[in-house]
Design a protein around this ligand. Structure first.
Ligand SMILES: *[C@@H]1O[C@H](CO)[C@@H](O)[C@H](O)[C@H]1NC(C)=O
Ligand SMILES: *[C@@H]1O[C@H](CO)[C@@H](O)[C@H](O)[C@H]1NC(C)=O
Length: 386
């Protein structure tokens, strides 16, 4: 048997090598090596639509895995009617799905929809709102509220132009009509809520804030969202006197803030926030602020200061009666455009102490732009590939 001459063998190996390199590059695009750990968990799967509940296993941070939202007893509910009746919701509307249907419910939308809510939408425990594959806008009046509820996923919807609401009665969780006081114009408001995952939403232009985590809410993960065009962006902690918020724990990861955000990204009172791998595209007054002895670990974010105006990331309420024991720490953050971060001197950087299922690797801040490059609602083509 004749062996090929060594030079031919070498050539063949060389060609083989380049071919494999090529196919590797192609493969990595397909496998989405450029996806962050949440997205990699489900977007890599071209059949994700058929395995849509898999999303619940993809969360990280203080919300933990949302496995209580799936299982054999899960009800799949499809919204086909964009109308809203706050007291007697009609079947097939969003409000019917979030209040009347009991137990675990996974809500999707039949088609693109503009939903104008007549009153705030109260979401029951064990509910998932999944806007993937269609364009759902909740806009131009009342918006979303999670009140004394737990195990909720909000994914892939646009919430904007939210307006304050006068007191009134609405269909609440567990199918009970409840009186609701005056509500500010927030996009999403959490009141005494826990284990909540807010992922890949686009929130903007509301009369009050975009996201409020208040009144003893905890175990919240806010990931992959796009916050833009807003004065007050995110409030963690209700008011200076509300000491129950001491136990609040929130993870803020892979979000894009800006352009045109003024302040509160977030503003925190009492509790603890782990703010990691977010992209800050400028601010006006400040990006991160607080009062009442909050702790915040800012880790590997990209802060791009505005061209003109305040370059300082942080703000501390000067009239704070607690004597000014903030704990604002910055590690591995990247500062561009002369951004600065006034860290708290002395004191330890509190670790998030995540459990195994909450834990994730915070990547180097130089990767933040691509980690957040698909923040907000994802764009789809007809084949659900993007
Ligand atoms: C930094 O924060 C401290 C309070 O912790 C404050 O006294 C000081 O003025 C701040 N410095 C800057 C440059 O903002
Ligand atoms: C994590 O544990 C350490 C040690 O017990 C503690 O000092 C720290 O406050 C904990 N972090 C949080 C966010 O509670």
């Amino acid at each position: 048997m004749a062996f090929p001459k060594p030079q031919y063998l070498f050539l063949a190996l060389l060609i083989l090598f380049f071919l494999s390199k090529l196919s590797f590059a192609k493969q990595s695009r397909i496998n989405g090596l450029k996806l962050n750990v949440i997205d990699r968990c489900w977007r890599k799967n071209p059949e994700w639509k058929r395995h849509q509940y898999q999303l619940a296993t993809c969360s990280i941070g203080y919300a933990g895995k949302m496995i209580n939202n799936i299982g054999n007893d899960l009800i799949h509910y499809k919204v086909t009617d964009s109308s809203d009746d706050p007291i007697n919701p009609k079947p097939n509307t969003l409000r019917y799905g979030t209040s009347i249907i009991q137990g675990k419910v996974w809500i999707t939308f039949q088609r693109d929809m503009q939903i104008k809510l007549e009153k705030p939408l109260l979401i029951s425990s064990f509910t998932t709102i999944d806007g993937r594959g269609v364009n759902v806008h909740i806009a131009n009046n009342a918006c979303l509220m999670i009140f004394k509820a737990t195990n909720i996923i909000i994914h892939g919807i646009r919430v904007h132009h939210c307006k304050p609401q006068a007191p009134g009665i609405v269909m609440g969780p567990e199918g009970k009509v409840i009186p609701l006081g005056q509500v500010d114009g927030d996009a999403i408001r959490l009141v005494t809520a826990s284990k909540i995952w807010i992922d890949h939403n686009t929130l903007y232009d509301c009369q009050d804030g975009l996201l409020d985590v208040t009144r003893g809410s905890t175990d919240v993960t806010i990931s992959n969202n796009w916050f833009k065009n807003q004065d007050k962006v995110m409030l963690l902690g209700h008011d200076d006197g509300y000491v129950r918020d001491k136990n609040m724990k929130v993870t803020v990861v892979y979000n894009h803030f800006g352009p045109n955000c003024n302040q509160r990204m977030p503003r925190i009172r009492h509790g603890y926030a782990h703010v990691a791998n977010n992209f800050y595209q400028g601010w006006l007054q400040y990006a991160i602020g607080g009062s009442m002895e909050p702790s915040l670990k800012s880790e590997a974010n990209l802060f791009v200061a505005p061209t003109i105006g305040n370059k300082e990331v942080t703000w501390r309420k000067s009239s704070d009666k607690s004597g000014g024991t903030w704990n604002f720490h910055s590690i591995r953050d990247i500062f561009e455009n002369e951004a600065s971060f006034n860290i708290t001197k002395g004191g330890d950087v509190k670790k998030p102490n995540y459990t195994k299922e909450q834990n994730f690797k915070v990547l180097d801040a130089k990767f933040v732009k691509y980690l957040t490059s698909s923040s907000g609602v994802l764009r789809y083509n007809k084949n659900y590939v993007y």
